[in-house]
Design a protein around this ligand. Sequence first.
Ligand SMILES: C[S@@+](CC[C@H](N)C(=O)[O-])C[C@H]1O[C@@H](n2cnc3c(N)ncnc32)[C@H](O)[C@@H]1O
Length: 272
Amino acid sequence: MTIKQLLTQAEKELKESCERSRFEAELLLAYHLKKERTYLHAFDDKKVDDIESFHILVKRRANHEPYEYIVGEASFYDIELNVEAGVLIPRPETEILIDLVAEIIERENITSIAEVGVGSGAISVVLARKFPALNIIATDICDTPIKVANSNIEKYEVSNRVRVVKSSILDEVKEPIELVVSNPPYIAEDFILDSNVVDYEPKEALFGGVVGDELLKQIVLDVQERGINYLACEMGYDQKEPMTQFFNEIGVKYYKFYKDLAGFDRGFVITF
Ligand SMILES: C[S@@+](CC[C@H](N)C(=O)[O-])C[C@H]1O[C@@H](n2cnc3c(N)ncnc32)[C@H](O)[C@@H]1O
């Protein structure tokens, strides 16, 4: 079969599961052929070998498996991160959290931070690349994120400044820290998610408890108790009210919420 014929067939197969089925068919075929997408347009009458393994890729995507898990990579900020099942695919909204944290690091000349819930290493690797004098300790409770984060830390050559430890929140972080950043699991246990998310992405990265904000609140308490000056967290679009109430209850005075690009409440920065 030619490139053109294969694309037409794959587009049909992806119609139900993907909004942009033609585009996704092209991405998968370009990945299969180890070429750029533009190659497909320039040589659309070329015959393709090993059609069977391309069909397997298309079938996986048609079953709602995220593209990033199929190809083992995700674009985030200015880097390409290794990802695999068991690790959250980094989301574009988390880039806003990074920019807010970067402003504080720059303004306050901060040199030691911790990240809670490292996942693929998205936040820690980007921040380490932005600030060559920054040291980061990143925690996670799951083994796959720890392994994948370490592979990305190696890939971007920041292993001399980013250390990953298996720990719940900051329990195993003993050194002095000036700022904590986290994109923790914050979804309520009974929230209905799309099948590409709930069937493939790790539960430990998604669900924050029965209500959803339990881990977020524990992070705030732990950071407050440790006397760390700054905390920046991502949160759910409906958590501004309960978090405000919680800040007032525990005596947090200086906090600011931020929104994502779609205009939803998406997180907060606390100065203790
Ligand atoms: C939403 S993912 C974020 C991953 C990554 N930081 C990102 O932004 O793409 C949350 C991560 O927190 C980890 N996690 C869950 N509970 C935790 C806890 N109590 N302490 C530390 N990490 C935890 C999960 O395993 C998961 O990797």
